[in-house]
Design a protein around this ligand. Sequence first.
Ligand SMILES: Nc1ncnc2c1ncn2[C@@H]1O[C@H](COP(=O)(O)OP(=O)(O)OP(=O)(O)O)[C@@H](O)[C@H]1O
Length: 353
Amino acid sequence: MTGLLRARLIVQRTRFRLDAALHAEPGEVVALLGPNGAGKTTALRALAGLTPLSDGHIVLDGRQLHDQPPERRPVGVVFQDYLLFPHLSALENVAFGPRCRGEGRAQARRTAMRWLTRMGLAEYAHVRPDRLSGGQAQRVALARALAAEPRLLLLDEPLAALDAHTRLEVRAALRRHLEGFDGACVLVTHDPLDAMVLADRLVVVEEGRIVQEGAPPEVARRPRTPYVARLVGLNLYRGVADGYTVAIAPVDGAASGTFTLNAAEAQTGPVFVAFPPSAVALYRTRPNGTPRNLWRTVIDGLERHGDSVRVHLGGPLPAAADVTAAAVAELDLVPGRTVWAAVKATETHAYPA
Ligand SMILES: Nc1ncnc2c1ncn2[C@@H]1O[C@H](COP(=O)(O)OP(=O)(O)OP(=O)(O)O)[C@@H](O)[C@H]1O
């Protein structure tokens, strides 16, 4: 396998094992996405040399890194809370990187100033971290990591400490800065939007294993686990296809196993079927002239979801449906109510499992 970064990360703990093969090309941004405790941070720390590998390897630019201590690795790290030195100015914080790489004091300060200017922070050069906003501190931390000219940049939840508004701006700025970086970048995030916006490739980790990877639109369109489906907001089922019909496998013990969905694409054998909550229409009484998929179900719960209301439906096919607030009032949708749910075959998407 070629690539700037080639790694097989194995970390064995008493009740947890990470075993993940990671690779990245020059200039590629790879997002590690996964639920709590999946092993994302462990993978990042292993790449940085902060957590030892139990087995495996890390090769960067053709050089073995796994036997090098953290300070000898051409790796820049931005932690979630940035870990800026509180007693140093922004400039001195950024100059720390080039200093560690052996630049003289004056030269390191010039390098640091260049980076701060690039990040739009020149006027904050002499300000200490406690006087910086979250977004500014994030940029200083990024400048400090990049000023050391790493070949691998590691970002641990780079936007997690920011409020929603700042996050939007910083996300866009971070994307621009990453576009100018020609090394490999691995970032860890919980947030699917961060991942979709920032990454060229998503690597989904669950229970220490990679369960899916691919370009963001591909992962979003064809989720392969319930976690990924929830993340991208799709209803997802496993089943066995015979032409345009799919016999759905039991979902969380709820589906009977005999539930059949009509899909838009003809397939044969094990498949996933996905459709968005917005494709589910709800009725109080059995509608006439209906789409091909129609079933009776019970409302489990409701929650606000952006401008609409997400209705959680129980068996026989647990699903989420997005409806307007007006529809909730009109149909008197309340938990426990029996409704009819309909999905057009053309709104479903079936693909090989
Ligand atoms: N220092 C440690 N010693 C022992 N176990 C640890 C240590 N750090 C993490 N773990 C365990 O290893 C597993 C993976 O943790 P890790 O922090 O890598 O997950 P994560 O995907 O980053 O989760 P989160 O999104 O919650 O940060 C978890 O079961 C965690 O409890």
